[in-house]
Every structure is written in structure tokens, then in C-alpha cells.
Design a protein around this ligand. Sequence first.
Ligand code: C5P
Length: 233
Amino acid sequence: MGSVIIALDFPRGDEALNLVDDLGEAGTFYKVGLQLYTAEGPRVVQALKDRGKRVFLDLKLHDIPNTVAGGVRVASKLGVDFLTLHTVGGGAMLEAARDAAGETRLLGVTVLTSLGAVDLEVTWGRKSPSVAEEVGRLADLAAQHRIHGVVVSPHEASSIRSRVGPEFLVVTPGIRPEGVGRDDQQRVATPAAAIAAGADYLVVGRSITRASDPEAALYSILTEVDLANSNDG
Ligand code: C5P
């Protein structure tokens, strides 16, 4: 069953919350990223919770275990539903985060979608593995350390889904409805294709937030998602 998380990539809280209020009940789950969180801090999370929304805090934590656990604990107390961390922080960091997570679901970032094979060689010193292999290996690491799921491109969703259990959450950005421009995303898929590949949650940003009619854009995506969910059984 796929559902939609709307990415609030805005520099200011009032812009973000105006959109949330315009979308009303149709928007149920919102992602707060680095830009908005740096501008507004926990009050933007609180404002969303006050409106009855679920919150995905996308801070991609990566530090020593004690420091990451401290951040996770505070996010959990704020009522954050999903929180991201880098799986390359290692097993001890993932375990410490998980122990601190409470009701918050932790999502592992594997290989950033901005990195390619050359970056894996130059930055990570990995010669032979493909990006897809590295993503799979890091997803396994996340699952071994009780992380709840991963954020991956829709193109990796089906292979991840087949190597981890059905409980493991697969969250996919890079969603573009048919006929909508790709912007800076390299590997995109339609909402229906992402659900068919096994995604549980679709992160959608500009296709809604920059649409001339964001409400209509959201309704159209929700309609496509509902149809794909019913085809998916
Ligand atoms: O506007 P768009 O739909 O491309 O936004 C996608 C959202 O998902 C952005 O907030 C972006 O930071 C996030 N994201 C991504 N690719 C990843 C991880 C997160 O596009 N690998």
C-alpha cells in the first residue's frame, strides 16, 4: 500500500504552512528537510503536529553513536514519525539510534542518488561494486541493525523489496507523474510505477509544491496512487 508524503522544501515556515493549510485534509504526511528545519527548528514540526499531520524529519544524521542517539531521542520526543540517518554511520551508530527511537521510525539513506560509480571509487574507495549492489548491501546492514526501512530511488525499490522482509519500509523520492518535468532528478518514476515496484511511501515535492494548482496536483497523484494500490491487491 503506497501513500504520499509531501516534501516541504521551503526556506520559511509561513510559506510551508500556507501550502499545508491550502491542501487541507488531503495532505496528511509532510517531509521537513534541512532547509526548513534550519530556518524554523522544532516549531515547524510542532505546527504540523498541531494540525494533526504526520511528520518525516529528513536530517540524514551521521555522527558518533552517542551524538546521533541524542538527536534521535529529541526528535522522538517531538513526535516525529519518520527520521533519516546515513547507514554508512555503521552498525554501532544504527543500534544506538534504534535504542533511542521510541515510536519514531528510522529510515536509512544508503548511497545518495547524486552519487554515481565514479564517486563510489573516488570517495568511498570501492572499485568493483555497482551502485545497486552498494545500495543493497547497505539496506541489509540497516535491516540487521533493526532500522525500520530505507529511502531509495523507485528503480531500486523492487530489488530492495525482494531482499528484505515485507515489514521493512521502502520510501521513494524521484516521483514524477506522466508529463511533469524531471527537474534535477535523474532516475524518476510515476507514482503507479513506484507502487508497482513495492514502495510503501512516495515522497513528492515540486510536482505538488511548484504546480500552478497544488491542490489539483495532489488530488491527481492521490487518485493514481489509489488505483495502483487496488491493482496491487
Ligand atoms: O521536488 P522533488 O519531488 O524532486 O523532491 C524530492 C524530495 O525528496 C526532496 O525533498 C529531496 O531532498 C528528497 N530526496 C531525493 N532523493 C533522495 C533523498 C531525498 O530527492 N535520494
